[in-house]
Design a protein around this ligand. Structure first.
Ligand SMILES: Nc1nc2c(ncn2[C@@H]2O[C@H](COP(=O)(O)OP(=O)(O)O)[C@@H](O)[C@H]2O)c(=O)[nH]1
Ligand SMILES: [Mg+2]
Length: 394
């Protein structure tokens, strides 16, 4: 049948190419980080986007003191402006930065600097005139600047240390006209067991960064960040809902089982789009192998066949699936269950690093069982009902 021909080089290739296409749709979010060495810039980037950016090691030199690190997912990058300590040869560095930013403005959106974080460690306890001048300069270059205070202790009452709050207020008063939302975002990137200070402020930092980012790169920012999984899940549900509607349309005039592979392209696009939401640090071919392991498929026929076989156990009157045709309800339910099962797999993968994910491929059984478990749950309950966990977290 024609769909099988369209899949051509195989399911894996179809998945990989859809995955690559999805990256283009998402674009890329580029963050530039400024502040003294030791301020906590890398720690904040790691807390929000995972460790992979820093781990990839050597950045690409952009200009004096600035390296660019691209996340392996391709949808996120960091300009690490290490060494921009104000005072020392600051004018020269700023001049080259100004030139760089202007140069980048002529490049495609995916290469530009989108948002700057200026990071000040609260325990420095002061904000120098030269730092204020530097922030003004960043703004005049055209960068939206999010001002971040790092390593801010919380009192046992949950309030900020009063000295930090006061310093933040002073900074905001001084440069509110050039920083995003006129405010300082107070944060702590990782828990300090000695001080008993918990992680805080990252959600606010994400929100402010999101609002500062140009609209065209916000999707990439949400996919790249790792602290707000609810946001990812909402987007994934919308992707699944769209694919389910397409599937229902295909099954509106019930299709014979032998033509059920007609559903495969929409499901592949759906799963590739979902995987992108998790900014996994792996190649297109690795993710497509994982998708095949999850679904237990080696061809469009087994892809659909296994899905329907699993579905048959949950839909009343399995005879309609096994013996007869695929109608709109069955098509939509199958696609929904596959989508939500794949979300569960991707959520797991997102907790692993590149090596751990590749190790999982050696023996696909864990991927397969995660997928199946979630498939069964999704097949039983309609899409859109949040789990109790999601509701609690909301
Ligand atoms: N407890 C705690 N320590 C931090 C935090 N951020 C940074 N640090 C410490 O400060 C050091 C410098 O941080 P880093 O992120 O490398 O700063 P960078 O030079 O600005 O990139 C790290 O080795 C950490 O020990 C934080 O949020 N909490
Ligand atoms: Mg650093």
């Amino acid at each position: 049948m024609s769909t099988m021909t369209a899949i051509g080089g195989g399911l894996g290739d179809a998945f990989a190419s859809s995955y690559r296409e999805q990256a283009e749709n998402l674009g890329r979010f580029n963050l530039a980080v400024f502040g003294k060495t030791g301020a906590g810039k890398s720690s904040l980037v790691n807390a929000m986007f995972g460790h992979t950016v820093a781990q990839t090691g050597i950045g690409k030199p952009v200009t004096r003191g600035t390296n660019y690190y691209e996340h392996p997912s391709g949808i996120f990058g960091v300009f690490d402006c290490e060494g921009f300590e104000t005072g020392q040869s600051g004018d020269q560095i700023l001049a080259s930065l100004r030139q760089t930013v202007q140069e980048y403005r002529g490049k495609p959106m995916t290469d530009q600097m989108h948002v700057a974080w200026y990071v000040l460690r609260w325990s420095d306890r002061r904000f120098e005139d030269s730092q204020a001048a530097f922030v003004r300069e960043l703004r005049s270059i055209g960068l939206p600047v999010v001002f971040v205070m790092s390593q801010v202790p919380l009192l046992p009452t949950g309030e900020y240390h009063p000295d930090a709050a006061q310093l933040a207020a002073e900074i905001a008063a001084e440069i509110s006209d050039v920083i995003i939302e006129g405010r300082v975002v107070l944060t702590n990137a990782f828990a300090d067991p000695h001080l008993g200070c918990p992680v805080h402020g990252l959600e606010s930092l994400l929100d402010v960064t999101f609002r500062a980012a140009p609209e065209g790169v916000r999707q990439a920012l949400i996919a790249a960040q790792r602290i707000d999984l609810k946001r990812k899940r909402r987007i994934c549900k919308a992707i699944v809902g769209g694919a389910a509607a397409t599937s229902a349309g295909i099954g509106a005039v019930p299709i014979p089982l032998s033509d059920a592979a007609l559903l495969v392209p929409a499901q592949i696009t759906m799963m590739a789009a979902i995987a992108r939401q998790y900014a996994l640090p792996i190649s297109a071919s690795t993710i497509s192998n994982l998708a095949l392991a999850a679904t237990g498929a080696s061809s469009a026929a087994t892809w659909i066949g296994r899905g329907l076989a699993n579905l048959a156990k949950f839909i009343p009157g399995p005879g309609t699936v096994i013996g007869g045709a695929v109608n709109a309800t069955i098509a939509a339910t199958l696609t929904t269950a596959m989508g939500m099962a794949w979300v569960a797999v991707c959520e797991r993968l997102a907790q692993l690093d590149t090596t751990e994910i590749e190790a999982l491929l050696g023996d696909g059984s864990l991927i397969r069982s995660t997928f199946l478990e979630a498939f069964k749950e999704a097949a039983r309950k309609p899409l859109g009902k949040d789990t109790p966990g999601e509701r609690d977290a909301a």
